[in-house]
Design a binder for this molecule. Sequence first.
Ligand SMILES: *[C@@H]1O[C@H](CO)[C@@H](O)[C@H](O)[C@H]1NC(C)=O
Ligand SMILES: *[C@@H]1O[C@H](CO)[C@@H](O)[C@H](O)[C@H]1NC(C)=O
Length: 304
Amino acid sequence: MAGARARLVVVVVSVAMVVLAAVVRHAAATGGMGVARTPTGAPLPQAQYEVAVAASGRAAGLPKRFMVNETFPDCLPPVLNQGGCGSCWAFAASEVLSARTCIYAGEKVVLSPQALVSCDDVLKCEMGVLGGRAWHDLTKHGIPTLECVPYVSGDGKVPACPTQCSAPGVAWKTYAAANYTHVGSFIDPASHIAAIKRAIMGGPVDVTFNVFAKFQEYPAGGVVFDGCHLSDGGRFTGMHSVMIVGWDDDMMGHGPAWLVQNSWGEAWPATTPMGVPAGHFWIKAGVDCAGIESMVYAGFPATA
Ligand SMILES: *[C@@H]1O[C@H](CO)[C@@H](O)[C@H](O)[C@H]1NC(C)=O
Ligand SMILES: *[C@@H]1O[C@H](CO)[C@@H](O)[C@H](O)[C@H]1NC(C)=O
């Protein structure tokens, strides 16, 4: 069955990524890379790494805090909801391309994650993978707006690749990516924080991270999520792609953190303490927390 074969491919790709993430984590744990280092190579104590991350940003002339919505007002799509479909990969990529089409082409659009889900031969609702695959799709064929092709796969069913709007009276027009790139490094992500920040200063970026069971409790464990490793994050439950929309080098005294827009609707997380916008979460920056700094993608719209 095509579906079973597709699932197998996705599982193989996903397992490979988990292994890669595990290798990176292992490397960090055994002294090569991943966390800020003293000149002798020993990991910096917790408090000092925060100072190191902030200092590296200042050295690169980067602001202490940056919010995409403030630099590019009204360009971020609203918080969407993928429902019961493993389509995070399509949401993250289409949201980032939406915002960047607004930023670079001056056209305020919310693009259709459904078109990506329906037109990708393999991923569909099955699972998250690295952003590169969705961005490759976006350079090959554009996607229409969400208004033209609304999201219907929340129940896990995937209709055929659309060639016209399902909404009546909406004109078919597609938006593609001109190019895309992996930002930073799979091998040494922590030394590429400035590169990731510079990319975000040009618009939101598409990131994938490893979800550990503790993430489901957010923000119960603290407004900055720090269950970064299998050992402190709990069971691995899958990979998730989302959109980074800002950073703060000292998020309310909790150290450096990325602000992330999720695609689980505005009702997640269930509580939003001060500083946590509905539908968003903060995650520790500078330590490749759950792999989030290894798997960063950004692209530009073809319409620019
Ligand atoms: C931008 O987003 C932040 C975090 O959600 C929020 O506090 C701020 O009010 C927003 N600013 C604008 C101009 O929308
Ligand atoms: C990516 O595409 C944009 C828009 O066409 C263009 O300005 C930019 O130079 C391209 N970047 C690369 C690395 O090709």
